[in-house]
Design a protein around this ligand. Structure first.
Ligand code: GUN
Ligand code: ZN
Length: 430
């Protein structure tokens, strides 16, 4: 059995730095080593000790670079890769003007294959090893994504986006076909290799109560699947939901009433929540996903990260490509920091790194498996160059500790900071 030994600075976590004292949760080693066998991390510790104990291991020495768990993007739309950074609209106009016409193209399997492969390669180039994606209403768009991920051995989460109203004819299914197609797709893909299926009603405005109920019934039959959707992103959207569902107590209730609230639920954005919604999300153990570059780009609002963490709601971090304006989880952490500042909290680099790895994995109910630099986890690993551009290098050169060295890369870094990426113990960057 070939063992791989990666040497460098290593950063992992033993707990959640948002809820406790962050210093108690850090596992940092400035001369560390990560031993990999059979695609998993089998030991982690001082580099010199691991070299002595495993003399036959193949060594890759990254010097001062930082070895971390690969980034986990907990909410994105791979079909929107081609239209990222489209100008001038807020949510509903943005969907109608840019998103729906682009998503209409994914009935063409060859086109879906092309965009799926491109998206995953862009993600890897940015150090992201797991993506959680919405597909389109077309079943072949789901096949395209899972096939492309399998070819790269990446752990991904995805599902057929369901919509049976308030969308163009080319993008509408109905309650029965959404149920039937989603069921066939989850039976085909869930648990195949590293694939996880997420039942995916887009959001309440584009599903009739019948469709929401059908998907709720499907989730009850398949509780092993995740369920992903959108929640309380923009104020006009929330007002529209109230008109469409006059009996609902709030936005979350439009899911809850149809069996679409549960522990394995993922609710993207969740910016403008009412107290009842926060209490309920915490009570059932569901997760919300912070999409900071999207929330500023589409003009949605300032996510209350610390308030939700304090209320013990699980929070993941995501690009929300292509409402989000970057494929980079570094840029995404930077935007989370900026939004934190506007809400009066300076998030520590440890908290940002935790969100991009462990936090997202926890939201996906995959803690310990992905997003974790520790024994037993799959060896999905990203190596960060902390001096990747002249601007970052001149700043990190005067750093006094690892956090001061890392923060300029979080704030100013991009794909040039990604020195290497490993997927299940295999190097994947050229
Ligand atoms: N709400 C419903 N669909 C979408 C989408 O594609 N992107 C974002 N940001 N919000 C949504
Ligand atoms: Zn989204």
């Amino acid at each position: 059995m070939i063992q791989q030994l990666l040497l460098g600075q290593t950063l992992g976590f033993s707990g959640n730095p948002l809820t406790g004292d962050w210093q108690d949760t850090i596992q940092f080693n400035s001369a560390g080593g990560v031993l990999i066998a059979n695609g998993r991390i089998v030991a982690i510790g001082d580099g010199v000790d691991l070299i002595a104990a495993h003399p036959l291991a193949k060594v890759t020495d990254y010097g001062d670079a930082l070895i971390t768990a690969g980034f986990v993007d907990a909410h994105m739309h791979y079909p929107q890769t081609g239209m990222i950074a489209s100008w001038g609209k807020q949510l509903i106009d943005w969907l109608n003007t840019y998103t729906f016409p682009e998503e209409s193209r994914f009935g063409d399997k060859a086109y879906a294959d092309d965009v799926a492969g491109r998206t995953l390669d862009l993600a890897l180039a940015h150090g992201t090893t797991t993506l959680t994606s919405f597909c389109t209403i077309h079943p072949q768009s789901v096949d395209a994504f899972f096939e492309a991920a399998a070819a790269r051995n990446m752990a991904v989460i995805a599902g057929k986006t369901c919509m049976d109203r308030n969308a163009p004819d080319t993008l509408r299914d109905d309650a029965k076909s959404a149920y039937d197609d989603s069921k066939a797709l989850l039976q085909k893909w869930h648990g195949q290799g590293r694939a996880t299926y997420a039942i995916t009603p887009r959001f309440s405005p584009t599903s009739t109560p019948d469709q929401l109920a059908a998907l709720g019934a499907l989730w009850a039959e398949h509780p092993e699947c995740l369920m992903q959707t959108h929640l309380s992103e923009q104020l006009p959207e929330i007002a529209w939901v109230q008109e469409l569902f006059p009996d609902a107590r709030d936005y979350l209730d439009t899911y809850e009433a149809f069996g679409l609230l549960g522990e394995r639920g993922l609710y993207g954005h969740a910016i403008h929540l009412k107290d009842r919604e926060i209490t309920k999300l915490a009570e059932v153990g569901a997760a919300v996903v912070h999409c900071p570059t999207s929330n500023t780009f589409i003009g949605s609002g300032l996510f209350d990260l610390m308030g939700l963490a304090k209320a013990t709601v699980s929070v993941g971090l995501a690009t929300d490509t292509g409402g989000g304006s970057s494929f980079s989880m570094l840029r995404t952490m930077a935007a989370a920091y900026e939004i934190g500042q506007l809400r009066g909290t300076a998030l520590h680099p440890a908290q940002l790194m935790w969100l991009a790895t462990e936090g997202s994995a926890e939201a996906l109910k995959m803690s310990g498996e992905i997003g974790h630099l520790g024994t037993g986890a799959v060896a999905d690993i990203t190596v960060l160059d902390l001096a990747s551009t002249p601007a970052i290098a001149q700043r990190s050169a005067r750093a006094t500790d690892i956090w001061d060295a890392l923060f300029p890369t979080i704030m100013m870094g991009d794909d040039r900071a990604i020195k290497d990426v490993w997927i299940a113990g295999q190097r994947v960057l050229p």
